[in-house]
Design a protein around this ligand. Sequence first.
Ligand code: DGL
Length: 273
Amino acid sequence: MSNGPIGVFDSGYGGLTVLKEITARLPRYDYIYLGDNARAPYGPRSFETVYQYTLQCVKWFFKQGCPLVVLACNTASAKALRTIQQNDLPLIDPEKRVLGVIRPTTEIIGNFSKNKQVGILGTQGTVLSNSYPIEIEKFFPGVRVYQQACPMWVPLIENNEHHSPGADYFISKNIHELLAQSPGIDTILLACTHYPLLLDKLKQYVPEGTTILSQGEIVARSLADYLQRHNELEKNCTRNGQVNFFTTDSTSDFNKQGAIFFGKPVKSFHLEL
Ligand code: DGL
């Protein structure tokens, strides 16, 4: 078992909103972030394609020595994680771990809703996978789950158009579509790691008192807990407080856009997969 940084993966920039919270909570570890920007967005792609892309990236993390990889992407967590955990990991290296963002969220989400009605906003891939209703049912059988795909949100964010009036049109449309399914929804999960960038705008379109949950802090807390419980893995995570960023597309774009998501300057390296 090799020693190395913790890997954090997303199709693009969104996972940086999760890495930001992870590094704030667990600053002593080393991290490698990979954004597969050249092939983003993953949201509209088939199960097979998302699985193949994600597996290829996970193998790259393992080559860098990562004992643990966090898929900070709902689409990859929904479409690829289980197959990687069950079929690939035992063959590649049974001691390594790959974790996602859906489980840490679904195991606590029911605690936030008084009405027991939760809304899920995500990519088409995440919504069509039904992962959220299935997982929430396991932890909170009494909670009703309503989902809405927001296929334009990631492209708007990735193109830095999310503050434009065009963005308002799609945000209000999808929020209305969600709330039309049930006006009693009092908790809305941003089930895409890109969406925290829309938080200010979203607040304008939801009824007062609605709880809007982002995943960054939830995943960071859950990772801290996981590392505490898995000493055998934790001891293989190196601790120099370093963070390295890789993108499969342009580094200058990544540095510019990534800083908005990460909240700090980002200097990336190019990776040719
Ligand atoms: N950030 C990713 C997620 O959480 C998806 C974006 C994409 O469509 O690639 O689902």
